[in-house]
Write a protein that binds this ligand. Sequence first.
Ligand SMILES: [Ca+2]
Ligand SMILES: [Ca+2]
Ligand SMILES: [Ca+2]
Ligand SMILES: [Ca+2]
Length: 240
Amino acid sequence: MTILSLFFFGTGEGSFGEEVLWSLASSPRDLAVGDFDGDGNPDMAAILVGDDGNFVAVFTSQGDGSFDLLFESPAGISPDALTVADVNCDGRLDLMVGNFRSIDVYLSKEDGTFELVSTPTPIRRDSLAVADFDGDGLVDVAACERGSPYLIVGLGRGDGGFDLLSTETLDRPIECVLTGDFNEDMSMDLVLVVGDGTILSLTGRGDGSFERTSHLDRRRPGAALRAASAMSTTMDTSTW
Ligand SMILES: [Ca+2]
Ligand SMILES: [Ca+2]
Ligand SMILES: [Ca+2]
Ligand SMILES: [Ca+2]
């Protein structure tokens, strides 16, 4: 099966030029951008899913809108989420893939290849949020299974693996997880978009654990965003 994908490149004037059509043997499941070869041009990583299997691929930009394939590797049973971060603090961006019951890190090597380090998890991973939750300078991860009530937090060891800190079951299905320091206390927090029209905010304690602080009605986005910024502790203060 041939998959056609459209890419749009900016003109530098707030608009986009004509679309560029790529013909791929597999369907892109998720995309991420980063400078993987260190030449200053943003490159592209992709999860590709097709009849021939599932793959993780890195395409390096030539700076003119064209890309070359740098790396491709089989990607396991059900890769769904892709993000990039320097997981082992060596100055090179690595790939993080939320897979079926694992978080797979592809560590970037000097020769342009990537080394797989896989952390088994009790549930599948559809959404990843990456930040330093415990302040040790190493990349950590929060992940959820879309449509299920399960959320996990893993603390990075700096070698591509994670120590799973918690597997929590909420009382409603989660759609995705996002991270940011929403209350500006220097500790990274989490926001969960859940399946009943609300947003659940979790305040980071700075040690990798979180306190549930509020439910926000996303059908009232203005109020939800204001409440997310304030991260008030006056609402539901149950902890997990
Ligand atoms: Ca590059
Ligand atoms: Ca790295
Ligand atoms: Ca950390
Ligand atoms: Ca915070």
